[in-house]
Design a protein around this ligand. Structure first.
Ligand code: SF4
Length: 230
């Protein structure tokens, strides 16, 4: 591969065990337009941060890991928000498919363009992050308008792409019966194969301190076991 296109990379995780089936090479891409209340990776926000990585480097890394990934595993692109780099990401998916790798995308679905839809169509599995199921709360939680996310969810309903739902659950955010009912309604009709409700934690707070930016999720706390259930 010469003049290989590049992606902006935050970091790799080799041997990822929770971001899709099997053992996975997780490629965390740099840049995110959301500002989630509970984000523990503010260091991924700046699209100019990180470093450029060629698609060839990613494919070669995945090939070196093939004995560990096996038949069940593969490559997952996470972030940040990977759809921010949709054109090059689409090429990366095609390059990895050409080598026989299963490819998952971990996304909020908050960017709706022809290119982002093409990425979602090409991926084998979408790890779909539900930020909030209602427009007012979505804006409060992410800082963004919810309309593009709703359109992407509709697109995923139409294509019936396999989905793993992921939702950070916090006391003070989305633990109430009303919020749970709204979440169920919001994901209805999707080809949901698994739901992961992830308990809120504060492990990333030191990053806010070191970056000198205020943390917006101070009112949140870890949910009880009952609150965590959908
Ligand atoms: S989408 Fe992810 S990286 Fe972006 S602000 Fe939300 S939690 Fe953080």
């Amino acid at each position: 591969m010469t003049d290989s296109p590049t992606l902006r990379l935050h970091s790799y995780e080799s041997f990822g065990a929770v971001d899709g089936p099997g053992i996975r090479l997780v490629v965390f891409l740099q840049g995110c337009p959301l500002r989630c209340l509970f984000c523990h990776n503010p260091d991924t926000w700046d699209p100019k941060g990180g470093r450029d990585v060629t698609l060839e480097e990613i494919v070669q890394r995945a090939k070196r890991m093939r004995p560990y990934l096996g038949d069940e595993g593969g490559v997952t692109f996470s972030g940040g928000e990977p759809l921010l780099q949709a054109p090059a990401l689409l090429q990366a998916i095609h390059a990895l498919h050409a080598e026989g790798f299963h490819v998952a995308i971990d996304t909020s679905g908050a960017i709706d363009t022809p290119e982002t839809r093409a990425v979602l169509d090409a991926a084998d599995l979408i790890l779909l992050d539900v930020k909030s199921p209602t427009p007012d709360r979505f804006k409060e939680v992410t800082g963004l308008d919810m309309a593009p996310t709703c359109r992407i969810f509709d697109h995923l309903r139409a294509t019936q792409k396999p989905i793993w739902i992921r939702q950070v659950v916090a006391h003070g955010l989305n633990e109430t019966p009303d919020e749970k009912a709204a979440t169920k309604a919001f994901i209805e009709g999707l080809n949901v194969q698994r739901i992961d409700r992830l308990p809120y934690h504060e492990l990333g707070l030191h990053k806010y301190e070191s970056m000198g930016i205020p943390y917006r999720g101070c009112q949140l706390s870890k949910p009880s076991d009952e609150e965590l259930k959908l």
